[in-house]
Design a protein around this ligand. Sequence first.
Ligand SMILES: [Mn+2]
Length: 478
Amino acid sequence: MKCLAVCQNELVMRTLHQVLSPGFDVEFLVESRPLARRLNEDGLRATAMDCTRCDSYLKVDLSPSTCVIIEDTGRRNLKRLISAIRDAGGTLTYVVSTGSTTRRADEVKAAFPDLSTLTLAELVSPQLHAELERSVTRARVLQYQRYFADADRVLILLHNEPDPDALASGLALRNLLRRTKTTAIIGAVHGVSRPENVRMANLLDIHVEKIDPHQFASFDRIATVDVQPHYFGGHLPHVDLVVDHHPDQPGYTAVFKDIRSDYGSTSTILTEHLRATDMNVSERVATAMLYAIKSDTLFFARHTNRQDLDAFTYLYPLADAALIRKMEGADITLERLQTVVKGLGDSMLRGELFFASLGPVAREDFITYTADFFLQLEETKWTFVTGVVNDALVLSVRNLGYSRNAGEFVRKYFGEIGSAGGHRAMAKAVVPLEAFTARFGARTPGAINAAIADLADQFMRDTNGIKKDGQPALATQA
Ligand SMILES: [Mn+2]
């Protein structure tokens, strides 16, 4: 493709030449004859001419399909120059400004609305920022790698119900520490139990060891990923490394910390660690992390930033897409379907709010699954699903994410009598059934449903208007 570049600054020209050749056939149009000669001698194509005259452009064969780049040198003849190009039939016109303000660009844009304007700064900025941030990350990673290097027993600790992000983060950190499953244990207090997480762990051969909090002291170094140490109560007042994307929590000390609460997943942070240190990313690690980002951001439907998309783009060609499809599966098991049917029995729909009470269930994930399932109902924007696991009432709240805060709801009513936390769109409360009954006078599924519905009504009334995301707690992973 032919490209004419009307420039006067040699640095700009040499840069454009490097960037555009050989894909574009670039000819530089300059005002100074000596400059044109010098560029020609260096193998750049340059023509000296009066750049404000229409006939000059006719001589260099400007056509409507020629791309014309104009360097804004700050001189007053810019509009005259653009008019000359337009008169000669030029339509694909770009003005590149090297100045520090966009005022001039705005001015020409007002005079020539179909013109494209760019600044050199905005062209350079993303790349330069990424490089600088990467070097900061690199320094940080090198530090913790050294700190972990001589340890005998290393524990990479996940939260109690390891999800794809926790599993992938464990695997990625083990890589970053250059360790294997014999030299660094990926552990969790409860272990993996939800069917889709078990499937992921099996397919990717990620072994999660069950660790009792009393064993913490037997490790030389401990890192937590996708969770912070305060989550383990008083069992973990000090750790060596924390990598997490939940809001920074007090109540512990760490030698190294990388907490970025604006990220959609911990795997995104660890992808940056791997990239910054040029570590080899195996297909297994890439697959785990890609799946984790997809799953933690609900495929970019919630809490996603540019870095998540960047990490996704980076991992995608390295990962096994077919394996991810297999991990995702359909999520439907007979048991889950039975739970949904049971939930429908004791359910009610009040406007856009759906309530279901499952009574006793074998595992917590039946409750979250049911809450997610009913959020698909055409009429619903919120779901509130309860179930009883052992002696605890578990409430799972879901909404479409653009309304009031689900995390705020559970913290407001259940923070004092149990653990409650979560994000705007998904939250969970775990309350001893006795405490729930004592406070709200409800015990049977129907009565529990009615009590939750009353609280929801009250909450919707009290928090009139759309609220910004509150401070999610980490007491429970939603
Ligand atoms: Mn996560």
